[in-house]
Ligand binder design. Structure first.
Ligand SMILES: [Fe+2]
Length: 205
């Protein structure tokens, strides 16, 4: 069933009721642009999961999977790039919709928010990775902020993407501060625990 849906609609930001129905892919642009980011995100997160595993076989396996994901990403990225040449305004509309609403497949998994915290603290996927390793490289490749062939509405949408990049940067800064605080708290807790254990140990002897 899921497979059938994928074949008829292609992956889209709204697939499997992930977000409101009106965000289903309306065009091929919606699909190929979304999967460009999604495949890249998959590539990067598999690679980082491999590193986080600290286990050579798992790392090698995930490297292999990640290399495959990269090929998927390149295909969609280049198809989309050709689309920007043919119909820049239409492509821009899709790009804006995709990035303003981007969610990774799987975010409907129960408890995804809590899991996302451990995914982030494990260095697998976090706001910085999203901005620096996923969003920006693709925008650069498509020369979104250099192109001069966006007109009217799509020129406005491009400007709004500039704003989105700033917002993502603010989210990165906030996240990094929260992360540092969390690490500091965990360090203090570990220290307290160690001190307590020492106390218990010395009173028992
Ligand atoms: Fe893939």
């Amino acid at each position: 069933m899921l497979r059938l849906e994928q074949m008829t609609r292609g992956f889209s930001p709204g697939q499997n009721d992930q977000i409101e129905a009106d965000l289903f892919a309306d065009s091929l642009f919606d699909s190929v642009i979304y999967v460009t980011f999604q495949e890249l995100a998959t590539r990067v997160s598999h690679r980082n999961t491999g590193k986080a595993c600290n286990e050579p076989i798992a790392d090698q396996l995930l490297q292999r999977v990640s290399a495959d994901e990269n090929l998927h990403m390149i295909f969609y990225r280049d198809v989309s790039e050709a689309g920007f040449e043919i119909a820049p305004d239409q492509a821009m509309k899709s790009l804006h919709k995709v990035l303003r609403n981007f969610k990774m497949p799987g975010y409907t998994i129960p408890d995804f928010r809590r899991r996302a915290v451990s995914i982030a603290s494990g260095g697998v996927y976090d706001p910085r990775i999203h901005l620096e390793d996923i969003v920006m490289p693709v925008l650069k490749k498509w020369r979104i902020f250099e192109r001069e062939d966006f007109n009217g509405e799509s020129a406005r949408l491009r400007d709004d993407l500039g704003l989105l990049v700033e917002e993502l940067q603010e989210a990165v800064d906030k996240f990094e501060i929260a992360k540092q605080r969390r690490e500091e708290r965990l360090r203090q807790m570990a220290e307290k625990k160690a001190a307590k254990n020492q106390l218990v140990g010395s009173s028992a002897s």
